[in-house]
Ligand binder design. Structure first.
Ligand code: NAD
Length: 291
């Protein structure tokens, strides 16, 4: 079993970006600028946004964090996004999800200028992704593709099982893995909460991507020998021995599954850091194509 080390791979991407940004600065060109909008104070969201802002600092990007109260009106949030859309200095806009219940995530995502949609959630970005056109690829599946690329994991002709069909992870992952690309060219089965015989399907998987949100959902008896297992799940599980009071658990029963795998991602230190590196790449691309 070998570890797909997302922390290391993400660092390599950030190091490359840092050099490119320094070069741009030397040439008197614009520096990439990511604007993050955080509504309310959900603990996990706070952590994710802080990590994205830190990654900007590490790579020399400019970042702006806009904090809004949990009870902000939908209209006020839409106005904030419009301000960012029209600000020529902003290259990428990310609105940290989930949003409070009284705000329509769909409306908010649709309000982002597709040219600054570095999360890749706008319908225009999704449509281009489906067509195989150049676009902003949602950061988590993009990060997974970059990780597979970095470790030269063979995907061509493999049967990939994606568990979870969310718009931010599972569905775009299935599209990317089935694309005529490298990594890609997989035969993909997309599973979800209504899939029958999930265990039997998973046992056919050369590659399994677990994006469910249920800790240790994927057990050893669901995984065939030699499979590549990508664990997207991040769930906070109470752990009184830690200062934070919790630890992070993936969707895969790592201890029992990993001995069967050819490659596996750990949690933490797998997909999470790659998601941030992919977001940085999207923001750099946005800046570079326009300036
Ligand atoms: P989601 O809740 O939107 O989707 C979960 C999916 O799992 C659904 O499509 C559902 O059909 C499927 N599912 C639920 N129960 C199932 C079952 N019993 N059998 C088969 N499928 C089932 O979640 P999401 O936003 O896609 O996130 C999934 C997990 O990934 C979460 O733990 C989330 O925190 C994590 N995540 C991690 C990163 C990262 O950077 N590592 C990024 C995004 C999400």
């Amino acid at each position: 079993m070998q570890i797909l080390d997302g922390k290391k791979a993400a660092q390599a991407i950030k190091d490359e970006l840092k050099i490119s940004v320094a070069q741009r600065a030397n040439d008197g060109k614009k520096i990439p600028h990511l604007a993050a909008v955080l509504v309310g104070n959900n603990g996990a969201s706070e952590t994710y946004v802080a990590a994205k802002v830190k990654a900007c600092e590490e790579t020399g990007f400019k970042s702006t964090l806009i904090r809004l109260e949990a009870d902000i009106s939908e209209n006020r949030l839409l106005e904030t996004i419009e301000d960012l859309n029209t600000d020529p200095d902003v290259d990428g806009i990310l609105v940290q999800l989930p949003l409070p219940k009284h705000i329509s995530e769909k409306k908010v995502i649709n309000a982002i200028d597709p040219g600054k949609d570095v999360d890749g959630f706008h319908p225009m970005s999704v449509g281009k992704l489906v067509e195989g056109l150049q676009t902003f690829i949602p950061a988590t599946p993009y990060g997974i593709m970059l990780l597979l690329e970095q470790y030269k994991v063979e995907t061509k002709g493999k049967h990939a099982i994606v568990i979870g069909r969310s718009n931010i992870v599972g569905r775009p992952m299935s599209i990317l893995l089935s694309g005529n690309s490298n990594p890609g060219n997989c035969t993909v089965t997309l599973c979800h909460s209504h899939t029958a015989n999930l265990k039997e399907i998973c046992l056919q998987g050369d590659i399994i991507v677990a994006a469910i949100g249920i800790p240790e959902f994927v057990k050893a008896d669901m995984v065939k020998e030699g499979a590549v297992v990508i664990d997207v799940g991040i769930t906070r599980v109470a752990d009184p021995t830690r200062k934070s009071g919790f630890k992070l658990k993936g969707d895969v029963d790592f201890d029992n599954v990993s001995p069967k795998c050819s490659w596996i991602t750990p949690v933490p230190g797998g997909v999470g850091p790659m998601t941030i590196a992919a977001l940085m790449k999207n923001t750099y691309l946005s800046c570079d194509t326009k300036n």
